[in-house]
Write a protein that binds this ligand. Sequence first.
Ligand SMILES: [Zn+2]
Ligand SMILES: [Zn+2]
Length: 137
Amino acid sequence: MEKLTGGCQCGAVRYEANGPPVFAAHCQCVDCKRSSGAGHVTAAGFPESAVTFVGTTKSYVSRADSGANVSRAFCPECGGRLALRSETIPGMVLLMAGSLDDAAQITPEAAIFDTRHVAWDYFDPALPRVPGMPPRG
Ligand SMILES: [Zn+2]
Ligand SMILES: [Zn+2]
């Protein structure tokens, strides 16, 4: 089974995940923009049981447009974003792809919340674009 490892910028928090991820996508929603300061966040979803964290994270919980609570975990020391959990996808943890030791281990399958796309944020034209959340199931 493919092992993925990663952590925050300062190294206080590390994680290990049993791959492959269930899905991976670029998210362009307003909260991902604000929390990252970038045009989008790239994340890979794993069952909670497949991911082990070492070190303590802090979480910021906000309410998404869908009404669901979304929790974004980060390192309290360096602020590096590590994980996201949403009520809409119970039992799943999304790891921030940029926090992986080898970000090339994942392959984004879509760009979601495409209604929030900004022109300077470039994606492969072949990549499927989803206006909001991807359809369930
Ligand atoms: Zn850190
Ligand atoms: Zn988002």
